[in-house]
Design a protein around this ligand. Structure first.
Ligand code: B4P
Length: 190
């Protein structure tokens, strides 16, 4: 079973590379960003609460995203494996994920971090914001807040997987195909 965490700052290409991995390895894609946007578009209470935070570039509370992931793991008991995209984003989420997988006799195979500098992140997100309709991609101030939130709360998650010897970082700048090839090489090493 392959359970991969795709890691990196906002706009690093986690969602983009996840699409490639689904095609190649037949894994189930669990993106907490997509799940939250799904709740928003359905107008659920959870979605309404999440939207306020997401539009401000802030993280949604741990309990909310852990609950969503737990439901998805239960709903996909026969999966060949999972790509975790945008989750875990805090050390508490990483600990909860280990516990959830352990209870199913499984574990994370590894984390792949996409390294991209802040100027390139802002450039990509503003470009996407032109037609994505995502309020959190629309202005530089919110993008900088998302990057700060990442540095403060999410970056320490790398240390959690380094301690378990499951961390690998790759250059996230280059063509989508080049980056995909670098991820394949990491997966081949598992
Ligand atoms: P997410 O939906 O996870 O999204 P993201 O960080 O914006 O983007 P990603 O890295 O996937 O970038 P993408 O491939 O799309 O999070 C949104 C919000 O949801 C968070 O701010 C937070 O509020 C909330 N949230 C989600 N998960 C949470 C959690 N676990 N806990 C708490 N809150 C949570 O790429 C971006 C752009 O770059 C695209 O336009 C793409 O085309 C382009 N691109 C990709 N690869 C490229 C390349 N190689 N070269 C040039 N451009 C490239």
């Amino acid at each position: 079973m392959l359970n991969l965490v795709l890691f990196g700052p906002p706009g690093a290409g986690k969602g983009t590379q996840s699409q490639k991995l689904i095609e190649k390895y037949g894994l189930i894609h669990l993106s907490t960003g997509d799940l939250l946007r799904g709740e928003i578009s359905q107008g659920t209470e959870l979605g309404l609460e999440a939207k306020k935070l997401m539009d401000e570039g802030l993280l949604v509370p741990d309990a909310v995203v852990i609950g969503m992931i737990s439901n998805k793991l239960d709903a996909n008991k026969d999966a060949e494996g999972f790509i975790f995209d945008g989750f875990p984003r805090t050390v508490a989420q990483a600990e909860a994920l280990d516990t959830l997988l352990e209870s199913k006799g499984s574990a994370i195979s590894g984390m792949v971090a996409l390294e991209v500098n802040d100027d390139e992140l802002e450039h990509r997100l503003l470009l996407r914001g032109k037609d994505s309709g995502r309020p959190d991609d629309a202005n530089p101030e919110i993008i900088q807040k998302r990057i700060k939130e990442y540095n403060d709360k999410t970056a320490p998650v790398a240390g959690f997987y380094k301690d378990q010897h499951k961390f690998k970082s790759i250059n996230g700048i280059g063509s989508i195909a080049e980056i995909s090839g670098a991820i394949d090489a990491v997966i081949a090493s598992y």
